[in-house]
Design a protein around this ligand. Structure first.
Ligand code: FAD
Length: 128
């Protein structure tokens, strides 16, 4: 197998696009009925991004964004809409146009993965 070794460091924009792709795809795939653990995990993930995102200025700004917009992850719709709103806060701060959040499901979908093998499992009981 041949590997391409020409790619150098990524730009802040490339890193941002890749990270938003990851986060919004997670939002699309997040369960309708998340377990307590899944809710905890996405809250922690956002907090971790706000601490160790490899662009300090972005991380510091995201910390403030999270402070004013606490994570809402009670369901798939709630989490993907929350993500859209916080992405729009970042868009506004960079002078970019905002994205219409009613179109978030059309823009971002679940991972294209055979037989739904990549789906996250949600809670089937009220006790998780
Ligand atoms: C947590 C975080 C914080 C960041 N903070 C900064 C910062 O402080 N300073 C800085 O210079 N850069 C920051 N960035 C990077 C910045 O947000 C962009 O990713 C980068 O500027 C490239 O922008 P873009 O125009 O290509 O589209 P991006 O903003 O990367 O968006 C990628 C795609 O997502 C879709 N999209 C856009 N808005 C939304 C939305 N609201 N909801 C759903 N989908 C949407 C569009 O189709 C768009 O093409 C941050 C990135 C992240 C992940």
């Amino acid at each position: 197998m041949n590997f391409c070794i020409q790619a150098g460091p990524v730009t802040r924009e490339e890193l941002g696009r890749a990270t938003w792709t990851f986060i919004h795809t997670l939002g699309a795939q997040y369960p309708e009925k998340p377990t307590r653990q899944q809710k905890k995990d996405v809250k922690e993930l956002m907090a971790i991004i706000s601490r160790i995102y490899p662009c300090k200025e972005c991380a510091d700004h995201f910390k403030e964004v999270l402070r004013s917009n606490p994570v809402q992850a009670g369901s798939q719709a709630e989490f993907s809409q929350w993500l859209c709103r916080v992405h729009n806060v970042v868009n506004r701060s960079l002078g970019k146009p905002t994205f219409p959040c009613e179109r978030v499901d059309a823009r971002w979908g679940k991972l294209d993965c055979e037989h739904r093998m990549c789906d996250l499992q949600g809670s089937m009981t009220p006790f998780d």
